[in-house]
Design a binder for this molecule. Structure first.
Ligand SMILES: *Cc1c(COP(=O)(O)O)cnc(C)c1O
Length: 426
C-alpha cells in the first residue's frame, strides 16, 4: 500500500515479521553460507535471489535502498559508497567509450570534474548547457551518440533550479533518459519522477544522513524508460551479457534491468559498495528526514528574508524567496521549500566576506553542507582560493559569495548571529 512520504521515511523498506528486530539488523558479514554449490551457482547466474558476497549486495544496504526507492516512487534502487560513485555508475551503466552525454553546467564541482576530466579520459564526451537554456539550445546539444541527460534539481552551490520537464522532454525526444541528482531537494521537497525524470541519484552524505556522519550515495530507477524501444543505443541492457552467461537484462529483469546491470557488472568490477554500518546510520537519518527538511526550509527562508533587507548584503540567492530568479520554477518543483542552503554577497567583496565569517559564532567554517549544524563557506578564500577575481566571476562564484548551510538551530539565534557578525565587518 502506498503511504504518505512521512510514513515511508519512518517505516519504509524494512518490514519486520513476527518476532523479528524492530530496528534494521546490521548484517556485518562479508559472505553468506550455502549447503550446496548448486544453490550458490544459481545466485551467480542471477537465477535465484539471495546474498553471496557483500561487495554486490548486503541485506542491511538493501533495506535502506528499498526505503529510498519508495520515497522517490521508483522501481529499483542500490546504495553506493558515495555520491560520486552513484553519479559515475548512473552514467557509466549506459554510456561507454565513444559515447556522449548532455549535462547542465550548473552542477556540483566534484561531479563536473568527474565528467569533464576523469570520464573524458575514459572516452565519454560531455556537452554542458546552461540550465536556463532555451529548448532550441538544449536540442542542439544532442549528437547521434548521446546516451543520457544529467542535471541537479537544486544545484550545489549555484542554487539554480532545474526545469525538469524541459530537460526530460528534450531527453525523450532524442531517445535517452534524464538522470537527476536530487541531493539538495530530497524526495521530501521534490520527486523528479513525477516530472518525467527517469533515474535519480543522491549523495546521501548530505540531508538524507543529515548529521554529517556517513558518506554514501544511492541510485534509483523509475523503471519508466523503455530501453528496448532504443535497443541500438543501449546494447548493454538489450543484448546478451557474455560476462553473465548470456543474460539479457531487459528480457530477464524488466523494470529492474538498469539496477540489476549496475549491481551485477559495475559493483562486481568497481566495488564502490556501501558498508552495512553506514547504511544503518543513513537509515537513522531517513527516519527524521521529513521533519528536518521542513525546519531547514523554514530557517533558511527566515535567514534569506533577513539578509535581503540588510544594508551590508548586496544580493541573496534562495529560490524560495519572492523575487529570486528561480522563484517561479521553485513554486512548481519545490512547493514545500527550497532546502537549507542560501548564498549571498557581502558588500566590500573578498575582505568583507572574510571578516564576516571570522565573526560568526554559530556558523562553523566547513566545506560540508546540508546537515543539522549551520555551517558556511567562503569559496574565494578556501575551495577556490587559487583563482583570481576574474576567474571566480567566470565560474559564477564571485569573490563576495558566502554559502550558508542553514541548520536546525533556533532561527532567532541564527539571525542574531548573522546580525552581530555583519556589524563587525570592516
Ligand atoms: C556532495 C555532492 C555530491 C558528491 O557526493 P559525495 O557523497 O561527497 O561523494 C554529488 N552531488 C551533489 C549535488 C553533492 O552535493
Amino acid at each position: 500500500m502506498s503511504k504518505r512520504i512521512e510514513t515511508t521515511c519512518v517505516q519504509g523498506g524494512y518490514r519486520p515479521k513476527n518476532g523479528e528486530p524492530r530496528q534494521i539488523p546490521i548484517v556485518q558479514s562479508t559472505t553468506f553460507k550455502y549447503d550446496t554449490s548448486e544453490d550458490m551457482g544459481k545466485l551467480f547466474d542471477l537465477e535465484a535471489n539471495g546474498y553471496f558476497y557483500s561487495r554486490l549486495q548486503n541485506p542491511t544496504c538493501d533495506y535502506v535502498a528499498a526505503k529510498i526507492c519508495e520515497l522517490e516512487g521508483g522501481a529499483a534502487a542500490m546504495l553506493t559508497s558515495s555520491g560520486q560513485a552513484a553519479n559515475f555508475y548512473a552514467i557509466f551503466n549506459i554510456a561507454t567509450c565513444g559515447d556522449h552525454v548532455v549535462a547542465s553546467s550548473s552542477i556540483y564541482g566534484g561531479t563536473f570534474n568527474l565528467f569533464s576530466v576523469t570520464m573524458k579520459k575514459m572516452g565519454i564526451d560531455f556537452t554542458f548547457v546552461s540550465p536556463d537554456c532555451t529548448e532550441e539550445e538544449l536540442n542542439s546539444a544532442f549528437k547521434p551518440n548521446t546516451k543520457a541527460v544529467f542535471g541537479e534539481t537544486i544545484a550545489n552551490p549555484a542554487l539554480t533550479v532545474l526545469d525538469i520537464e524541459k530537460f526530460a522532454s528534450a531527453a525523450h525526444a532524442h531517445g535517452v533518459p534524464l538522470i537527476v541528482d536530487n541531493t539538495f531537494a530530497t524526495p521530501v521537497l521534490c520527486r523528479p519522477f513525477e516530472f518525467g525524470c527517469d533515474i535519480v541519484t543522491h549523495s546521501t552524505t548530505k540531508y538524507m544522513d543529515g548529521h554529517g556522519s556517513a558518506v554514501g550515495g544511492v541510485i534509483v530507477d523509475s523503471g519508466n524508460f523503455d530501453w528496448t524501444a532504443y535497443a541500438d543505443k543501449f546494447p548493454g541492457l538489450c543484448t546478451p551479457d557474455d560476462s553473465y552467461h548470456g543474460i539479457t537484462y531487459t528480457e530477464r529483469f524488466g523494470k529492474g534491468a538498469y539496477i540489476t546491470k549496475a549491481t551485477a557488472q559495475l559493483m562486481r568490477d568497481f566495488g564502490s559498495t556501501a558498508s552495512p554500518q553506514s547504511a544503518f546510520l543513513l537509515n537513522l537519518g531517513l527516519e527524521s528526514l521529513h521533519v528536518r527538511m521542513e525546519r531547514h526550509c523554514e530557517n533558511a527562508l527566515a535567514v534569506a528574508q533577513f539578509l535581503s533587507s540588510h544594508p551590508m548584503i548586496s544580493w541573496v540567492r534562495y529560490s524560495g524567496l519572492e523575487g529570486d530568479k528561480y522563484y517561479e520554477l521553485a513554486q512548481k518543483y519545490l512547493p514545500k521549500g527550497s532546502c537549507g542552503v542560501v548564498s549571498f554577497g557581502v558588500k566590500g567583496g573578498r575582505k568583507a566576506a572574510e571578516s564576516f565569517m571570522k565573526a560568526l559564532k554559530l556558523g562553523a567554517v566547513a566545506t560540508h553542507v546540508a546537515d543539522a549544524r549551520t555551517c558556511c563557506l567562503h569559496p574565494a578564500s578556501s575551495t577556490h582560493r587559487q583563482m583570481t577575481d576574474e576567474e571566480l566571476n567566470a565560474a559564477g562564484v564571485g569573490a563576495d559569495l558566502v554559502r550558508l548551510s542553514v541548520g536546525l538551530e533556533s532561527k532567532e539565534d541564527l539571525i542574531a548571529d548573522l546580525k552581530q557578525a555583519l556589524e563587525q565587518v570592516k
